[in-house]
Design a binder for this molecule. Structure first.
Ligand SMILES: Cc1cc2nc3c(=O)[nH]c(=O)nc-3n(C[C@H](O)[C@H](O)[C@H](O)COP(=O)(O)OP(=O)(O)OC[C@H]3O[C@@H](n4cnc5c(N)ncnc54)[C@H](O)[C@@H]3O)c2cc1C
Length: 390
């Protein structure tokens, strides 16, 4: 099925085409097997790295392609649209942004070329804690400075890809919340060398989830992190995370658009070919209209993405557009997934049709990395000026 590319440049079209060709080497059956075994897509990530796609947004001086958020989001969209899973790819793209924007020149030179070449993976981001949840300022994982080291103690939950990454960007408290002038102060970002940490101060326990996401509970017990792994200034980590937020919202949501197009395409094909009561089921408006409605939602979300990404790449601050996009692009694929499941009838539940796997996967966008209620509260309070609820 041919979707409109709404004014992409020739270079962007060529980029999408090359990602599409790469993804075609990793068909649904590859992802079904990984899903069954709950394993990491090593071959796929290696192929994306070799193609330079995971380094798309790393500046050319460090070995990347030097492209913008628009191109990064097109890559993620194409991956999802092809039926592949873009989680490892989005993680690397947006976590790297904090290092790029707030790391020292020495840190960038030390890490970015190896990340660009694929020698080093930076795909783990440790924020969520069991007792803090969405209220990140309540994190209590503590890093105390002792000489030229930080000693880290605490717990994190749902931290993905820790066992498949070389580095983790970790959010810790260096000053307890009640000793800070503002609750957002006293939070610090550290880069953790996972090859050294796991088994020596960091205990990792995988969590079984409804999606294949390699997510884990982490326990830090006197983990030593060299002070040179501090990103930016101590105590300003929360601001660094916020400054990456727009890019993260746009990139992650682009998977939703890709998922949405995947479902619409599958639903249209099946609705045209499945004959019941002597006619294609797509002739029934009960089947046709939900697909058409989902198509409109997915394409509308995509148009908001283009606006948000272009503003970001022009140096503007598209916080409203990025959040609207994040919301729309998490709901639209779920709408398309439901329409697709209904179109497939019982076959939607059969694993060999691959719809149920994607259905489970796209649901995550409503919850992680940020839940939709928090996106709505941002729009309600920060954009519309409604009273704060927290
Ligand atoms: C598969 C998976 C992978 C993940 N990977 C990572 C990762 O790599 N790194 C990481 O740091 N985290 C990760 N997460 C965690 C994810 O970011 C959090 O689950 C998410 O941010 C929500 O936090 P919580 O689960 O603690 O929900 P809670 O904070 O307990 O909230 C529960 C519900 O209440 C709602 N709620 C809470 N407060 C309010 C309010 N004031 N107003 C309205 N609604 C409210 C929330 O929106 C949510 O719907 C992952 C989660 C999953 C499921």
């Amino acid at each position: 099925m041919q979707f409109s590319d709404y004014g992409l440049t020739d270079e962007q079209k060529a980029l999408c085409q090359s990602v599409r060709e790469l993804c075609a080497r990793y068909p649904d059956t590859y992802w079904m097997k990984l899903d069954e075994d709950h394993t990491y897509p090593t071959e796929f990530v290696e192929a994306l790295t070799e193609g330079g796609y995971l380094a798309a947004m790393i500046p050319e001086q460090y070995g990347g392609m030097g492209l913008g958020v628009k191109e990064g989001s097109l890559i993620l969209e194409e991956i999802s649209r092809a039926g592949c899973n873009a989680a490892a790819s989005h993680a690397q793209m947006y976590i790297m942004g904090t290092l790029l924007r707030h790391g020292s020149e020495g840190q960038k030179e030390a890490y970015l070329p190896d990340i660009a070449s694929g020698k080093t993976r930076l795909q783990a981001f440790g924020v969520t804690e069991p007792d803090a949840g969405t209220d990140t300022t309540r994190i209590t994982t503590r890093a105390e400075r002792k000489g030229n080291k930080y000693i880290v103690n605490g717990r994190k939950v749902f931290i993905s890809r820790v066992l498949h990454s070389d580095l983790m960007l970790l959010l810790v408290r260096t000053t307890p919340r009640d000793q800070c002038a503002k609750k957002t102060d006293g939070i610090t970002t550290l880069l953790v060398d996972l090859n050294r940490a796991v088994g020596d101060g960091l205990e990792v326990t995988p969590i079984a989830t409804m999606v294949n996401h390699q997510t884990n509970e982490l326990v830090f017990e006197n983990l030593e992190v060299p002070v040179e792994n501090l990103i930016g200034e101590e105590g300003k980590g929360f601001r660094y995370i916020l400054s990456s937020m727009n890019a993260e919202r746009i990139l992650v949501a682009s998977e939703g658009v890709g998922d949405g197009r995947y479902f619409v395409e599958k639903a249209v094909d099946y609705a045209n070919s499945r004959v019941v009561f002597d006619r294609p089921i797509g002739q029934n408006q009960g089947i046709q209209f939900p697909i058409a409605r989902a198509y409109a939602s997915v394409e509308a979300a995509r148009l908001v993405r283009d606006r948000a990404a272009e503003m970001f790449d022009q140096g503007e601050n598209p916080r409203e557009q990025a959040n609207m996009y994040r919301l729309l692009a998490s709901e639209a694929p779920c709408e398309a997934a439901t329409a697709c499941m209904d179109t497939y009838g019982g076959y939607g539940y059969a694993k060999e049709y691959h719809i149920e796997r994607k259905y489970r996967e796209c649901r995550l966008l409503k919850t992680a990395p940020i839940s939709n209620n928090l996106v709505l509260s941002f729009l309600g309070q920060q954009v519309l000026g409604l009273p704060r609820s927290f």
